[in-house]
Design a protein around this ligand. Structure first.
Ligand SMILES: *[C@@H]1O[C@H](CO)[C@@H](O)[C@H](O)[C@H]1NC(C)=O
Ligand SMILES: *[C@@H]1O[C@H](CO)[C@@H](O)[C@H](O)[C@H]1NC(C)=O
Ligand SMILES: *[C@@H]1O[C@H](CO)[C@@H](O)[C@H](O)[C@H]1NC(C)=O
Ligand SMILES: *[C@@H]1O[C@H](CO)[C@@H](O)[C@H](O)[C@H]1NC(C)=O
Ligand SMILES: *[C@@H]1O[C@H](CO)[C@@H](O)[C@H](O)[C@H]1NC(C)=O
Length: 462
């Protein structure tokens, strides 16, 4: 038994049967040579590891043919062979060639045998392998064997401080499982020439402790490296998902554009042998050095000029401008400086309001700046009208607001609709109360795309 060449030793033994064939030499001695025809293999379709099976090759042949067997690379010259597989493979390929010694003609037949292996390695009932826990493997399915040996990954098992064998070698015990214990375990019971290599048991470990190594803060436009690791045997594979994109590799390079303030990343480690997975998430913060700034001291105001500048980058070849996530469409009031760093408005219009970003780029490096929201001052809203009202008298309430860009304006009556004669024309309400001692709450809401505001007024009834 040489562990360096396990397959030659482990696969099968092939012996010639009792019949030996002697045939005369010289083709000319048989001028009426026939065949071979109908080369046939006689024998079972299924063999059992460790048990002997017989196969005979026949052919119609005159004079008598000779037969050559080839079984998994072993050859034998004899009509009948006996075969004993050791269970390492689940099939055995055999071929018999009959040869008419007079004519030199040949004919072949192939057969594929299924191998049943009664011997296997099983974990103790209810046990699942787990790191730092005890574990037991038992060799089952054989009878009357004199020795049992254990193999791991096709080498003879080397015992360590955590492993012990029972006196009869049927049970292999691990006092505490280590990552190094993972592998394919087989037991090999034998007696004399009978050797059976069991069906294997694959002991896997992990993934445990899936970790993402890399910075907590990244910079827009700069490449950062992240590595995913796990305790895993056999070696895990790693799948990254970064802002919706996937990548299969332990290490990835992330270059954030600056459009988001964090990068959402997730790594999943997969043990390819067991199919077990484990995941870890990380959300590094994105620092963005590039921003859009109004010229010093300028506040946006309708019909006034205004300037926005792209700042915070170095050595970029082109700069593009975006408004509300679309490329900026220039109009009669807007111009760009020659290098695109400054966007000038000769006279601000309501349609100029929006979120402005600049995007400097050079080759593959592209930074989306922090945005500047161009609006026309904070919204404010007032309701004018009396604080106290009397039954039978008409009162006027007016909602006043400072909308420079178009606003939606509406009234709400959360504590009840006014009782009496009531007329509403957009911002103006005319009301003649009809119920004494009843208070009426007016609320006016003003909103546009960028802001909203609300004013309330209580009319105390008399
Ligand atoms: C296993 O034991 C080692 C050393 O005793 C310890 O560092 C490790 O955290 C343990 N792992 C688990 C999964 O319990
Ligand atoms: C048990 O295994 C050891 C090491 O593989 C071997 O030397 C010994 O002969 C075996 N004993 C039995 C009873 O199988
Ligand atoms: C802006 O200009 C338009 C047309 O020239 C004018 O109707 C409007 O009142 C002006 N608005 C302000 C706030 O100056
Ligand atoms: C300036 O912007 C325009 C329009 O977005 C673009 O076509 C041009 O390439 C830019 N030039 C520079 C120097 O960035
Ligand atoms: C709200 O009312 C106050 C006081 O009457 C007035 O100074 C202010 O300009 C009004 N604001 C608006 C937006 O109407």
């Amino acid at each position: 038994m040489n562990p360096a060449h396990p397959t030659a030793w482990l696969v099968l033994t092939l012996t010639a049967g009792a019949i030996s064939v002697i045939f005369p030499h010289g083709a000319t001695a048989f001028p009426n040579a026939r065949g071979p025809y109908f080369t046939t293999i006689e024998g079972p379709d299924t063999v059992t590891a460790g048990e002997v099976s017989e196969f005979t090759c026949t052919a119609e042949c005159s004079p008598e043919c000779t037969y050559t067997w080839s079984v998994d690379g072993h050859t034998n010259t004899s009509p009948t062979i006996t075969l004993r597989t050791r269970g390492l493979t689940s099939t055995v390929e055999m071929e018999c060639t009959s040869l008419n010694p007079a004519s030199g003609k040949t004919s072949s037949m192939k057969k594929s045998l299924r191998v049943e292996n009664p011997v296997s390695v099983r974990p103790a009932a209810g046990e699942e392998p787990s790191l730092n826990q005890s574990f037991h493997l038992t060799c089952v399915g054989f009878a009357q064997m004199s020795t049992i040996e254990w193999y791991k990954d096709s080498d003879i098992l080397v015992m360590d401080a955590q492993t012990t064998l029972s006196a009869d070698n049927t049970t292999l015990s691990f006092s505490s499982l280590l990552p190094s214990h993972s592998g394919l375990y087989r037991c090999v019971p034998s007696k004399g020439d009978t050797v059976i290599v069991s069906v294997g048991y694959l002991l896997t470990c992990g993934p445990y402790f899936t970790k993402i190594e890399g910075p907590d803060t990244v910079t827009a436009g700069e490449a950062s490296e992240f590595t995913c690791t796990a305790e895993c045997s056999p070696e895990c594979t790693y799948t990254w998902s970064v802002d919706g994109q996937t990548n299969t590799s332990p290490t990835i390079i992330v270059t954030p554009s600056g459009l988001t303030s964090t990068v959402e990343m997730k790594c999943t480690s997969l043990n390819p042998a067991s199919g077990k997975t484990s995941s870890m998430k990380k959300s590094p913060r994105v620092e963005n050095p590039v921003s859009v700034r109004p010229a010093a001291g300028e506040e946006p105001s309708l019909n006034q000029s205004f300037h926005l500048t792209c700042v915070g980058f170095a050595q970029m070849s082109t700069i593009k401008w975006y408004k509300d996530s679309d490329i900026l469409v220039m109009d009669a009031q807007t111009t760009l400086s020659a290098d695109n760093t400054t966007l000038s408005f000769s006279s601000l219009l309501p349609s100029h309001s929006g979120l402005y970003r600049c995007v400097p780029s050079k080759g593959d490096t592209r930074i989306v700046s922090i945005g500047y929201l161009l609006t026309y001052g904070p919204l404010s809203v007032n309701i004018s009208g009396p604080d106290t009202v009397e039954v039978g008298t008409e009162y006027t309430f007016v909602c006043e607001s400072n909308c420079e860009i178009p606003c939606d304006i509406y009234w709400t009556f959360r504590q009840g609709f006014p009782s009496g004669t009531y007329i509403q024309r957009r911002t103006v309400i005319n009301w003649t109360p009809d119920t004494p001692n009843r208070d009426q709450l007016f609320a006016c809401v003003v909103e546009n795309t960028y802001a909203s505001a609300m004013a309330t007024k209580l009319g105390e009834g008399r």
